[in-house]
Each structure stands twice: as structure tokens, then as C-alpha cells.
Design a protein around this ligand. Structure first.
Ligand SMILES: [Zn+2]
Length: 526
């Protein structure tokens, strides 16, 4: 849009920021606009008038802005990205908001709403049944707003009327809102907190944690997102990585990294399960030898038997197949069931199920049942145990037991960075977990083991894992947070192997229990 011929300048005292997936612009406290393209990073002053009070662009055609010093409404103008001079439209207003498809709306100080008619090239006044005080246009099908009581409102496409959809989050007033590329709504409140609107029981999901109190934000997708801290510092919230883009706004992402079925150097889940199986194999007969014979730690095909092969497949499929990764309305995996915080009993979406507890216990029980048939089914037994162990080992990643997601950090994606780093160093830089000297924990209920893992890993490690990022992330070099995490990983991995071996041992014990001893209800196997 802007020919970046001027010298790069880092804007200070920024009031607000706006981005799509090509371009970001911000406006400082003097109303001066700056722009930068993602393909040519570095801020440059934008050739727009000064005294800008509102600015928005969604598509690749034009940036819309309001500038002027009048109290209340000022002229609404736009500038085409290439060539065309800035153009004054037929209205004045206090806010202009533009969607991804170029849909443009203007809000006036008296609450009047105007919608751009592309063909007539004029704004047309829209009837409104309630008073809108702030707009966030997603596209021509979806417009968000706020009313005077801080409720989130939405315009219905069919009836063309505005209606309240939810109260704002908490007691602090909403001060900014942004509609992302996929239509989701992000808001900032006066206390500096940010939230994603998720609807349902939870309504709002905290976004960006408490790392940096914000005054404004603009989210296009997880790769292209910016915030303005309360002190006026600009912060790139998005990761800029194409991987994040591929995962859209899926807040959970993968959990411990799982990129290969049989290669444990490409799967932390498999790394942990192999060692847990080695450890459980040292249990006394009959459970120990039964674990060794079925789980076959470290084996790959062709040495790996049916049970082992199915187990490794299940361990991996939990991340990649829809029945296990919880796609949202848009078909994007959310991984909600890979999370469970036992202090609330909920996943990060605020739901009591599916969670790592409910899914984990379900597949654990299916595995036990398959292996207790008169004719044991090692395919179903192995696959379901693989799924169950995936959910269990997720809970030994402290962020999964504390509902700390991809969206919980600024910049986004510390969750994923942590997991990728852990996988990268697990075999080389981390002292290896203990895999001998198994001691049975005496627990007969798989659910109890899942719940205990959630409690323990959240309470013992989550604060430290987050602290490693808070002080060493974007202000400092990645080497610094990684050094802090490297100090934590030996204990986390060793602890994970110990806890996971208890689940493996329980599985073997239940599969082998004589029928007269086997009480499914008491054992939580229904
Ligand atoms: Zn997972």
C-alpha cells in the first residue's frame, strides 16, 4: 500500500493498530499513521493526513480513515493501496471499520450507522434498533459491535437488525475490539486484559495471558496480530509463522509434539510412553512381563507386533484425526479434549467434556475391554491404549493441565514453542528419565490417575514454565527462555514417565485380573 521509501521508524506512543495478512498500520498519539508490509518489515510513516482518529482496512484495495480536529465527527476518507489519491466520502464519523471483503461501516457520534455501497460509491444510513457505540466489521455477512451497556451486539443478516449476544467479560469495560479473518471477535478491557469471544458456557476466553496489559489489538489470524501495550509500545502478537497460519486460530495446537508414528525423536508422546513402558516392565510378574510383551518399548516394524503398532498409531492419531482433536464449526482442530484442569474440572473452552480425563478414561476402558475378550483383540487394545496414553501424557505437559493454550501468551504460541523445543532436546540435552525400579502406586481407578496427573503437573510446574517465557521471550532472546526451560525438563520428563508407568501398570493389572476379581464399576471400567 505504502511505498516504503522513507527510513524505517519505530513508532512510539501508539494509540491503536490495524492489520490484515499483508500489512499492518498503527497511529500514534499525534494521529500520525505508520505502515509496514509483512514481506518488507520495518515501519515507515504512511502518506496519510495527520490527526487520524480511526483507521481500518480489510482487503487489499483501500485503507479507510477518519482525520480532523473537530469534536465528534470528522470526514471519512479512503486511500487506494496503489496509485489513487485519497478520496473524501459523503459522511463524517467517529469510527470506520472494514471487513476482509471490503465491507465498510461508519459510526457517528450520535450512534448513527452508515454502510458503504460499493456500486454507488456512497455511504447509506442504516436503521438500527439499538445504540451501537463501537464497531468491528468481519465481512458483509458478519458485523460485531458494542452497545452503551458494554454488551457485545451482532447484526443479523436476515433481519438486518442488531441484537445483544453476550455481556462483556468481567467488570472492566471493553475499550477495543477486533474481528479476525475467520470472523472471531477479540476484545481488550480497560484493565488491559484481552479475551476471545467463544460463546457457550464460558463466553470469553482469556487471550495473551497477563504478560502485557494492552490498550488495543488487531487480530487477522494467529500469524498476523498486533497489540499496543498500555504504555504505547507496539507488540507483534502474531508469530508470523506459516505453521500458525495453517492452524488458523486453533488455540490448543498439538500438545507434546507428535510428528511420527514410530520415531520417538519426532514424538515426545512416544518418547515418554516408551520409557514408561520400560519402567512398568520392571514390575513383578505377571504385570511387568505382560507390559513388555505387548507394549514392546522402543520397537518399530517389522519387530513391533500388532499391539505395539496399533498403540503407536493411536498415540499419533489423537492429534491428527477429527474424532480425537475436536474440530470447531470451521473444521479446524481445537484440541479442547487434550486439556483438563482438575482444579476446575474443565477443558480450556470451559467444558466438562470432552477433556483429557473423559476421553482418556473412555479409551483406556475400551482397551481393557478389548484385551479381556475371550479372544483378545490386540488391534483395538493397542489403538485405544495409544489414544488413552496420548491424553495422559498431554496432562504431564503442565500447560495442558492448566488450560494454558496457544493464545495464552504474548506473543502467541509459547505453548507450541515450548513443545517443539522439548522435542528437540529430549534425546540429547536432557538427562534421561529413570526406567528401572517400578513401585506400584496402589491405584485401581484410571480416572484417579488422570486427575492426579492434572493436579500434580499444574501445581508443580506450570508457574515455572510460564515464568521462563515471561521474562525471557520477546524482550530477550529465545536462548534465554530455552535455557530456563531446559532446567525444568529433566524433572518434568522423569515425573511424566513415573506417572505414565502407573497407568500402564494399572492397564496390565486390569487386563490380567481374574474374572471373579474383576469389578468393572469399582475399577471405573464401565
Ligand atoms: Zn495432544
Amino acid at each position: 500500500m505504502i511505498d516504503g521509501t522513507q527510513n524505517a521508524t519505530t513508532p512510539t506512543n501508539v494509540l491503536f493498530v490495524e492489520t490484515n495478512d499483508n500489512y499492518a498500520m498503527c497511529v500514534d498519539k499525534n494521529g500520525i499513521a505508520y505502515g509496514q508490509s509483512y514481506t518488507n518489515p520495518g515501519w515507515s510513516p504512511a502518506p496519510l493526513p495527520s490527526l487520524i482518529t480511526s483507521l481500518s482496512f480489510g482487503d487489499t484495495r483501500a485503507a479507510w480513515f477518519i482525520s480532523g480536529s473537530a469534536a465528534g465527527d470528522n470526514p471519512v476518507q479512503y486511500v487506494a493501496y496503489i496509485g489513487a489519491p485519497q478520496t473524501v466520502t459523503n459522511v463524517s464519523g467517529v469510527q470506520v471499520s472494514v471487513g476482509t471483503d471490503g465491507e465498510a461501516w461508519v459510526l457517528q457520534s450520535d450512534g448513527s450507522l452508515w454502510r458503504w455501497n460499493t456500486f454507488a460509491a456512497v455511504f447509506e444510513k442504516q436503521a438500527s434498533s439499538l445504540t451501537v457505540t463501537r464497531l468491528a466489521v468481519a465481512d458483509q455477512n458478519l458485523q460485531w459491535g458494542l452497545d452503551a451497556s458494554d454488551n457485545v451486539v451482532q447484526r443479523s443478516l436476515e433481519t438486518q437488525t442488531w441484537a445483544v449476544v453476550a455481556p462483556g467479560p468481567g467488570t472492566s469495560k471493553i475499550v477495543d475490539l477486533s474481528a479476525a479473518d475467520d470472523g472471531s471477535l477479540y476484545v481488550v478491557t480497560a484493565d488491559g486484559s484481552a479475551y476471545l469471544y467463544v460463546g457457550g458456557d464460558q463466553t470469553w476466553m482469556p487471550f495473551g495471558g497477563s504478560d502485557v496489559p494492552l490498550r488495543s489489538l488487531s487480530v487477522c489470524d494467529t500469524a498476523h496480530a498486533w497489540g499496543v501495550a498500555q504504555d504505547g509500545t507496539l507488540i507483534e502478537i502474531g508469530t508470523g509463522s506459516t505453521q500458525a497460519e495453517g492452524s488458523q486460530l486453533a488455540p490448543g495446537t498439538l500438545g507434546w509434539d507428535t510428528q511420527s508414528v514410530f520415531d520417538e525423536t519426532k514424538s515426545t508422546h512416544l518418547y515418554l510412553v516408551n520409557r514408561a513402558a520400560q519402567l512398568a516392565s520392571t514390575a513383578q510378574s505377571p504385570a511387568g512381563p505382560f507390559v513388555a510383551a505387548n507394549l514392546q518399548p522402543m520397537q518399530s516394524p517389522p519387530q513391533a507386533g500388532t499391539f505395539r503398532q496399533a498403540l503407536c498409531q493411536g498415540l499419533r492419531d489423537a492429534d491428527f484425526l477429527a474424532p480425537y482433536n475436536d474440530p470447531n464449526r470451521l473444521g479446524v482442530a481445537t484440541y479442547a479434549s487434550h486439556f483438563y484442569d482438575d482444579t476446575t474440572g474443565l477443558n480450556y473452552e470451559g467444558e466438562p467434556e470432552p477433556t483429557a480425563l473423559t476421553n482418556g478414561v473412555k479409551f483406556f476402558n475400551l482397551s481393557v475391554a478389548a484385551m479381556r475378550q475371550a479372544q483378545p483383540d490386540p488391534q483395538a487394545g493397542g489403538y485405544n491404549l495409544g489414544l488413552a496414553l496420548h491424553y495422559f501424557t498431554d496432562l504431564t505437559q503442565p500447560m495442558h493441565s492448566g488450560n494454558y493454550t496457544y493464545l495464552s501468551s504474548i506473543p502467541l504460541g509459547y505453548h507450541t514453542q515450548f513443545e517443539e523445543y522439548a522435542m528437540g532436546v529430549q534425546a540429547t540435552l536432557v538427562p534421561q528419565p529413570t526406567v528401572v525400579g517400578f513401585v506400584p502406586g496402589g491405584v485401581n481407578d484410571p480416572g484417579q490417575l488422570y486427575r492426579a496427573a492434572s493436579q500434580h503437573f499444574k501445581a508443580t510446574y506450570l508457574d515455572q514454565v510460564i515464568a521462563a517465557h515471561k521474562y525471557f521471550s520477546w524482550y530477550w532472546s529465545p536462548a534465554q527462555w530455552q535455557a530456563a526451560v531446559l532446567q525444568l525438563l529433566p524433572a518434568i520428563f522423569n515425573d511424566s514417565v513415573q506417572n505414565t508407568s502407573q497407568l500402564v501398570y494399572l492397564w496390565a493389572t486390569l487386563v490380567q485380573a481374574p474374572h471373579e476379581d474383576f469389578a468393572p464399576e469399582a475399577a471405573g471400567v464401565g
